[in-house]
Ligand binder design. Structure first.
Ligand SMILES: Nc1ncnc2c1ncn2[C@@H]1O[C@H](COP(=O)(O)OP(=O)(O)O)[C@@H](O)[C@H]1O
Ligand SMILES: [Mg+2]
Length: 387
């Protein structure tokens, strides 16, 4: 009897090791991020000697290796020092103070009656653990713009301040290190002044990849995942050149889809036509493909809402429709709008001015920027072999 899950069934597939093409794969080698990896290592190194680290505010567009690089460097750090506690939080998934404290408690493996304890009390337990075990804690707040409130940052900043005045500070210190990550560079400026002055973030930027950089990234993936000879540099170049926004995530996705497409028609090699079909398929989807992979679901919702309205939407209307789908504060929604405007995907104008009235309330009208103007990687590569 034939087993449909037998390796043999896939023997003819172009994709030999699909895991190398999936979004969660953590590469052994990170290309073109030496400067950022070095900067993160330098910022965190003092922790090994139980000295305070430099807090980092990391920003850059989606898909440019922020999360991957952090995971990579933290793995190296935890391999070389066992006395650090690393807590990785995605703030879209865990947006509350209590949620984040619980994640820390989990990492500390502390038995805690979860019920009935207020956030402050849980935080006190965390601090006494840190004092007792003298263990610095690194908290990664990935997608930090998903946080509902800034309290977490505020509590941490205060505990750092009080720790440094502590007379016993030589043998037991409270040391938190924070890596906060956002797409929006302006997130830091919006933070409460007290938090900023106390946590003193250093900024670390991740820029979009150039087509040439994308080429080398997908080349490594193709070598790991695909049957040798099933693709050539010409295909990889075309993928690199077709990737909008300089996003490695998008480039790898295109490679994966093109391979699937070729597999689907039982070919032995991926043709340029496979890629073109994949690109055409995604172009016909209602939201542009590059937006789908480079925008958060909240940003996609806004684009979707604006897509449906011809004249654009006024702030309060937009907030209402947004909240009906995803519960968020107005402040958070504003943040997405800022992001989209910065990316050149939407535009806004003063609502009162638009009607010729004097501006009393700060209401704005948002609309999608006219097609054809959304940003692409820009620096295209020619078909000639890159060095
Ligand atoms: N420099 C790189 N080398 C290899 N793979 C990369 C690199 N940068 C990004 N990737 C891959 O691209 C995808 C998106 O990266 P990610 O770190 O999630 O981006 P971000 O957090 O900036 O949105 C992941 O699958 C990751 O493995
Ligand atoms: Mg990320």
């Amino acid at each position: 009897m034939r087993n449909y899950f037998d390796e043999g069934i896939f023997r003819d597939s172009i994709i030999q090791k699909e895991e190398f093409l999936l979004p969660d794969y953590l590469p052994d080698e990170i290309l073109h991020r030496e400067r950022q990896l070095q900067a993160m290592a330098d910022a965190l190194r003092p922790l090994v000697k139980k000295s305070p680290a430099i807090n980092l505010f990391i920003h850059g567009p989606a898909g440019v290796g922020k999360t991957t690089s952090i995971k990579y460097i933290l793995k190296q750090l935890s391999d070389s020092s066992t006395n650090l506690l690393i807590v990785f939080v995605n703030c879209w998934q865990t947006p509350t103070q209590l949620g984040i404290y619980n994640r820390i408690i989990d990492e500390m493996k502390l038995p805690l009656p979860r019920r009935g304890l207020a956030a402050d009390e849980i935080f006190d337990k965390i601090l006494s653990y840190m004092r007792n075990y003298n263990r610095p804690v690194i908290i990664v707040l990935d997608d930090v713009d998903g946080l509902e409130h800034q309290e977490v940052l505020y509590s941490i900043s205060r505990s750092n301040d009080s720790g440094s005045n502590d007379s016993r500070s030589n043998d037991s210190k409270i040391i938190f290190a924070i890596l906060a990550v956002a797409n929006n560079k302006n997130y830091l400026a919006q933070l409460d002044f007290r938090i900023r002055s106390s946590l003193r973030f250093s900024e670390l930027e991740f820029r979009s990849y150039s087509a040439e950089e994308l080429f080398s990234i997908i080349k490594l993936r193709a070598e790991a995942a695909l049957v040798p000879g099933s693709y050539d540099d010409k295909l990889l170049l075309k993928i690199a050149n077709s990737t909008e926004g300089g996003s490695a995530r998008r480039a790898i996705e295109l490679l994966w889809k093109a391979a699937k497409h070729a597999d689907g028609s039982e070919k032995k090699t991926i043709m340029i036509q496979d890629l073109e079909d994949v690109l055409a398929e995604s172009a016909s989807a209602s939201i542009k493909p590059e937006l789908k992979t480079s925008l958060s679901k909240e940003e996609q919702l806004i684009v979707g809402l604006l897509n449906k309205s011809e004249k654009g939407l006024e702030s309060s209307e937009l907030y209402g429709k947004f909240i009906a789908k995803i519960p968020k504060s107005k402040r958070q929604i504003r943040n997405y709008l800022d992001l989209l405007e910065e990316k050149g995907i939407i535009v806004s104008k003063d609502a009162a001015q638009a009607e010729g009235k004097e501006s009393i309330m700060k209401s704005r009208i948002f609309s999608l920027k006219s097609p054809g103007s959304s940003g692409s990687a820009g620096n295209s590569l020619s078909d000639s072999e890159p060095k």
